[in-house]
Design a protein around this ligand. Structure first.
Ligand SMILES: C[S@@+](CC[C@H](N)C(=O)[O-])C[C@H]1O[C@@H](n2cnc3c(N)ncnc32)[C@H](O)[C@@H]1O
Length: 395
């Protein structure tokens, strides 16, 4: 396709088909696939093509809704429009519809990549607008204003508030003038303390608010962790996932468990209770800061040992009873799955923030005889296309 033939900027009328992984729906025009944002399945819309590099597909935004879905609602955020903030994908869908869209995506990924035919339900977490997100990253535009990036773009959309975050977080930074091009990491911890750090493109980060130590509560413990390191962003999520790990890892549990991609050891704390004082829990985590936090927070549990390093570079030996793994979005991958399976744990609890990565790794475990026995999925990131899944694999 030559530059002149590209559809970028063109307007098309399309029938919107199924939801796809990544926060858009699939439509067709002239035999090509069009990935449409700001639309819902079953709608008839006018789209404007935003990206067309030739080939079999292009990307577009719905700019006019001709026949709306009954699931369509007015977006609560004024920045949720084509060209606006790229953070939320489903502001225009009811809460029930968002969960149903995510359930469709999880089921589809498991069907396509793992050959499993499952009914998936995505469960709501407590809370409403303004309760959903305790951690955010903002970026600063050329005029020193804090904002969010537009979808698949470097453009910064200035923001005075964010409908999904703790209200004070964004309102506090919106008052101020920031270093152009800097990133701002914002955290509100369980005590309501704000931690804000500005990271300029050059030079040292500057702490603007708070002491950088977040106090969190989960798994029956109080945690003091790096406010800008990893912690679940939904305020209810860490405690809920720890509860599920406790339930699924429960007896008969022998003396050994692993918490891979363990962060500060949220799940290790739960596993330590279960293996008892004479057992062993190994945490593998790449962030030295998280490992330091973990050692500090779990110093009353000598059965927990932290290893700082990459899971894929760690020699995994022994025979754990349970392995919990909570990898980043790309998943664990074949080499790690093979290495875990070679140690023959009786159960694997897989915490996943990307359903495609989960499905690929579930297929990897299936090749070693592990079945997905339980699956729970949570709408831990309302308004976005993200969904958290926790699976129990056993053989
Ligand atoms: C989704 S977080 C989970 C953390 C922890 N389970 C929790 O819930 O608090 C993933 C963690 O894996 C770590 N990580 C990312 N890639 C890694 C790798 N290749 N090897 C070890 N740890 C890794 C990150 O630093 C992060 O702490």
């Amino acid at each position: 396709m030559t530059q002149a033939q590209t559809w970028t900027g063109r307007r098309l009328e399309v029938e919107v088909g199924a939801v796809a992984h990544g926060g858009h729906c699939v439509a067709r025009a002239d035999g090509r696939v069009v990935f449409v944002r700001h639309a819902l399945p079953g709608e008839r819309v006018v789209v404007e093509v935003t990206e067309d590099k030739g080939g079999s597909f292009c990307r577009a935004d719905a700019v006019e809704v001709l026949e709306p879905s009954p699931d369509r609602v007015a977006a609560p955020c004024p920045l949720a429009h084509p060209g606006g903030c790229g953070g939320c994908d489903w502001q225009h869908a009811s809460a029930e519809a968002q969960r149903s869209l995510k359930a469709t995506v999880v089921a589809e990924q498991l069907r396509r990549l793992a050959g499993l035919d499952l009914d998936v339900e995505v469960e709501a977490l407590p809370g409403g607008l303004g309760d959903w997100r305790t951690r955010l990253r903002m970026v600063v535009d050329g005029k020193g204003r804090a904002g969010f990036r537009a979808h698949r773009s470097h453009k910064v959309v200035p923001a005075r508030r964010c409908t999904i975050a703790y209200p004070d977080l964004v309102e506090e930074v919106a008052q101020q003038h920031w270093t152009r091009g800097a990133e701002l990491d914002l955290t509100a911890d369980s005590m309501g303390q704000m931690h804000i750090v500005e990271r300029p493109q050059r030079g040292r980060p500057r702490t603007v608010s708070g002491d950088g130590v977040a106090v969190e509560r989960a798994g029956g413990r109080e945690w003091r962790v790096d406010a800008h390191g990893f912690w679940q962003v939904h305020p209810e999520a860490a405690d809920l996932y720890a509860e599920i790990v406790a339930e699924w890892a429960a007896a008969p549990l022998g003396g050994t468990a692993w918490d891979l991609y363990g962060g500060a050891g949220l799940f290790a704390a739960v596993l330590a209770e279960q293996v008892g004082p004479d057992g062993h829990v190994l945490v593998v985590e790449s962030s030295r800061g998280a490992v330091a936090d973990g050692r500090d927070n779990l110093r009353d549990l000598p059965q927990v040992r932290f290893k700082a390093g990459l899971v894929e570079e760690t020699t995994l030996t022994g025979r754990p009873d349970v392995v919990v793994l909570d990898p980043p979005r790309k998943g664990a991958g074949k080499a790690v799955v093979d290495a875990i399976a070679a140690c023959e744990p009786s159960r694997v609890i897989y915490v996943a923030c990307d359903p495609a990565a989960l499905a690929r790794d579930v297929a990897g475990f299936a090749a070693h005889g592990y079945r997905l026995e339980r699956l729970r999925a949570f709408d831990a990131f309302p308004m976005t296309h993200h969904v958290e899944c926790i699976g129990l694999l056993a053989r």
